[in-house]
Write a protein that binds this ligand. Structure first.
Ligand SMILES: *[C@@H]1O[C@H](CO)[C@@H](O)[C@H](O)[C@H]1NC(C)=O
Ligand SMILES: *[C@@H]1O[C@H](CO)[C@@H](O)[C@H](O)[C@H]1NC(C)=O
Ligand SMILES: *[C@@H]1O[C@H](CO)[C@@H](O)[C@H](O)[C@H]1NC(C)=O
Ligand SMILES: *[C@@H]1O[C@H](CO)[C@@H](O)[C@H](O)[C@H]1NC(C)=O
Ligand SMILES: *[C@@H]1O[C@H](CO)[C@@H](O)[C@H](O)[C@H]1NC(C)=O
Ligand SMILES: *[C@@H]1O[C@H](CO)[C@@H](O)[C@H](O)[C@H]1NC(C)=O
Ligand SMILES: *[C@@H]1O[C@H](CO)[C@@H](O)[C@H](O)[C@H]1NC(C)=O
Ligand SMILES: *[C@@H]1O[C@H](CO)[C@@H](O)[C@H](O)[C@H]1NC(C)=O
Length: 378
């Protein structure tokens, strides 16, 4: 069990102290609201009891720092000729809020999950911190970073500041947080990872309305890819399936000038790209994509830009389809996780606020069932 191997390794000896410390803490803060957040890591938590003999037989792979500067320098950068309007502004614009130490704060990091969010979505972020990204379950091997722009509203900004000081998991860029600036949000993420988080071994990008099965991610998906490079797991729209929308009334209508900027003016369809609600990437691709963004003019349809145009130029990428591992249907997800084993969903997209906790609870129940079944079988 990967969790046993990794999350609990080194923790074994101190687990006793941890438990005592936790009980004390719970007593001290019993009346305080903060108890809500670190609340009892459920029964699933108990399934992973510490096993000293298991933990001694494995060694955690050393976090390797890839030669990112090298990769970037290989790509021609015409910085001097970059027009502010032609290229994503977050290639150079300031961060407004940033914790550059997020990934360094714990040497155990394996997976960084970046969550595209809007400054106003306080509640989504709060639920995500409570559920699928909860530190209490993953002991620092999984870290979350929320990406947002500027809401240009003092009240909201003060609130974001408070949130940041409490959780240190927000990256805010100096750009207006709008639909047409999502590409800038994504480029900011590429830049930040290149600068601050190359020790993560896998990068996951999700929207803030996604419920992610982080147990599956860590125990089943991660081990397959832990030593691989240049892969992207996503839902791919192959060429011919994603028309370029030219209907002025449509949300995804693009202007001639915008298409011209990326050389697609005469095209009817987009080149292959991934839908961006859940994308898993090898860390080594991130600096390469960031470098390529310096020579890829801006295009506001972020999925096309970030998960199409950029990786297309990176070449030699292994694409793995996640088409059978997601759903946008709450009902279907609940049925799957409560039904017969196994359930292969990794990601549930487009959830409503009130659906997020029940989904996560069901995912936890699913995994305790799965583990119990596998344990009794042995
Ligand atoms: C601990 O691990 C050993 C070796 O893997 C195994 O034989 C034993 O059953 C495990 N104990 C528990 C309580 O899981
Ligand atoms: C800057 O880019 C434009 C458009 O791509 C090109 O026509 C022009 O020659 C470039 N200028 C320099 C100095 O490289
Ligand atoms: C800022 O946001 C608050 C809370 O949403 C709202 O009440 C207020 O009107 C906003 N102020 C401006 C200047 O938009
Ligand atoms: C400020 O943040 C809290 C949660 O941290 C949220 O409940 C509240 O709605 C936010 N206020 C504004 C004005 O956005
Ligand atoms: C994107 O952000 C920039 C910088 O804040 C802003 O000037 C621009 O209007 C935004 N674009 C859109 C389409 O909102
Ligand atoms: C990945 O590499 C580490 C260290 O060399 C090794 O222990 C582990 O078994 C490898 N994982 C896979 C899936 O090959
Ligand atoms: C996706 O689902 C298939 C079964 O339909 C499963 O074999 C595969 O492991 C799953 N992939 C991921 C990344 O969860
Ligand atoms: C049970 O464990 C085996 C071997 O460890 C693994 O291959 C299988 O996928 C597990 N079954 C489930 C439902 O997780």
């Amino acid at each position: 069990m990967l969790l046993r191997r990794i999350a609990f390794r080194k923790k074994c000896r101190t687990l006793g102290f941890l438990i005592i410390a936790m009980i004390t803490f719970v007593y001290v803060t019993i009346v305080s609201k903060s108890l809500e957040r670190i609340k009892a890591p459920s029964k699933y938590f108990m399934v992973f009891t510490c096993n000293e003999s298991t933990s001694n037989t494995h060694h955690q792979p050393e976090p390797s720092i890839l030669p990112t500067s090298k990769i970037i320098k290989e790509i021609p950068r015409h910085i001097s000729n970059v027009s502010e309007f032609a290229y994503p502004i977050m290639l150079w614009n300031n961060y407004l809020i940033n914790n550059p130490d997020l990934c360094k704060m714990n040497n155990n990091i394996l997976i960084l999950i970046v969550v595209k969010t809007n400054p106003l979505n306080f509640e989504r972020r709060s639920i995500i911190r409570d559920t699928w990204s909860n530190k209490a379950y993953f002991f620092g091997v999984i870290k979350v970073l929320f990406l947002m722009g500027n809401a240009q509203n003092e009240t909201i900004q003060e609130n974001i500041s408070r949130e940041f000081h409490e959780y240190l998991d927000i990256l805010q860029g100096d750009f207006l947080d709008t639909y047409k600036n999502l590409t800038n949000k994504g480029v900011m993420g590429l830049r930040w990872i290149t600068e601050n988080c190359m020790q993560a071994k896998m990068i996951v990008k999700v929207d803030d309305d996604v419920v992610l099965d982080t147990y599956r991610l860590l125990e089943i998906v991660y081990p397959i890819y832990e030593n691989k490079t240049r892969y992207i797991l996503c839902n791919i729209f192959m060429g011919g399936k994603a028309p370029i929308v030219r209907d002025v009334k449509h949300k995804w209508y693009v202007k001639d000038s915008e298409l011209k900027n990326i050389g697609l003016l005469d095209k009817k369809i987009y080149p292959p790209y991934c839908s961006g609600f859940t994308v898993i990437l090898a860390t080594d691709l991130i600096p390469a994509m960031f470098g390529i963004a310096h020579v890829t003019p801006f295009f506001w349809v972020d999925d096309v830009y970030l998960h199409g145009l950029l990786p297309m130029k990176a070449k030699r990428i292994d694409y793995v389809s996640l088409s059978r591992n997601y759903t946008f249907s709450y009902k279907q997800a609940m049925r799957c996780f409560s039904g017969k084993l196994p359930c292969n969903f990794l990601s549930i997209g487009e959830t409503k606020l009130h659906e997020m906790r029940p989904l996560w609870n069901m995912i936890q129940t699913y995994h305790s069932r799965r583990i119990k079944k596998n344990t009794t079988r042995r």
